[in-house]
Design a binder for this molecule. Structure first.
Ligand code: HXC
Length: 259
């Protein structure tokens, strides 16, 4: 891989987009490599949480690669959007929890890939925005769909139509960032959050993730039905017995087996 690195430790995969000279802009090669890494991770049993970040101290991802898009045809633009849609859907729906460690600019496709993650933790210097309309295009990596779902229709329209860049605190205020931490502590904070998530029943966490994602894409009655089915399924697990027995025995340590 030329533009993406992967390291795995303590059941946590850190995926780093590594094109610092162009502020980690997403070109087609990087999108394809991310797709491969996500396909690999979604099948792995030894990874429970994926942390996605950008290399360097300035940018998470400054967007899709403008130098690649400038001469692209409509068909090529559409292909790029579809390539991103496929790999971002893997990120969004993999059974593992995904955390975007937003270490700087998260613009355009950068903001969009962070929104395909379950949780966004921003460093104090992070900046979010959807500057596409200023380039004569529109958000094409999911921004018109995921941003309103996260921050509401009015705020999403304002951000997309004005192309305003917002800082980490404002992103936190509107619910785009879950948390803001000093840049030097960002990865450690995300790893601690990962460890806390992993200490719970991972199969239950992945069922809860599927219920939330499925429910937000459907009507309330269907979402509640999915939840009831998933809830019933969790009663068949070793972890349900172990988690509840530990509570009744007033035992803090739980020996979850993730099934
Ligand atoms: C290609 C990029 C890039 C990008 C930065 N660079 N962003 N190259 N695509 N998205 C390159 C610059 O050209 C420059 O290369 C180097 O990275 C450093 O960037 P500077 O502009 O010199 O840094 P600075 O002045 O600090 O400004 C940082 C910045 C600015 C505010 C983040 O780079 C910027 O506005 N970038 C573009 C952001 C953007 O519009 N993103 C949305 C893209 S469209 P050189 O060679 O000069 O050193 C998109 C659409 C998604 O994402 C959907 C598509 C289907």
């Amino acid at each position: 891989m030329n533009n993406v690195t992967l390291s795995i430790e303590n059941e946590v995969a850190v995926v780093t987009i590594d094109r610092p000279k162009s502020l980690n802009a997403l070109n087609s090669e990087t999108l394809a490599e991310l797709g491969e890494v996500f396909s690999d991770i979604e099948k792995r049993k030894d990874v429970k949480v994926l942390i996605l970040t950008g290399s360097g101290e300035k940018a998470f991802v400054a967007g899709a690669d403008i130098s690649e898009m400038v001469n692209a045809s409509p068909a090529e633009g559409r292909t790029m959007a579809l390539l991103a849609a496929e790999s971002f859907a893997k990120l969004e729906n993999m059974p593992q929890v995904t955390i975007a460690a937003v270490n700087g600019f998260a613009l355009g496709g950068g903001c969009e890939i962070s929104m395909a993650c379950d949780i966004r933790v921003a460093s104090e210097n992070a900046k979010f925005g959807q500057p596409e309309c200023g380039l004569g295009i529109l958000p094409g990596f999911g921004g018109t769909q995921r941003l309103p779902r996260l921050v509401g229709k009015g705020r999403a329209k304002e951000l997309i139509f004005t192309c305003d860049m917002i800082d980490a605190q404002e992103a936190y205020r509107i619910g785009l960032a879950n948390k803001v931490v000093p840049q030097a502590e960002l990865l450690d904070y995300c790893k601690k959050m990962a460890a806390k998530i992993i200490s719970n029943g991972s199969y239950a966490v992945s069922l809860a993730k599927a219920a939330i994602n499925t429910g937000l894409d459907t009507d309330l009655a269907s979402g509640l039905k999915f939840e009831a089915d998933a809830f019933g399924l969790s009663f068949s697990t070793y972890d349900k017995k172990e988690g509840m027995t530990a509570f009744l025995e007033k035992r803090k340590e739980k020996n979850f087996k993730d099934f």
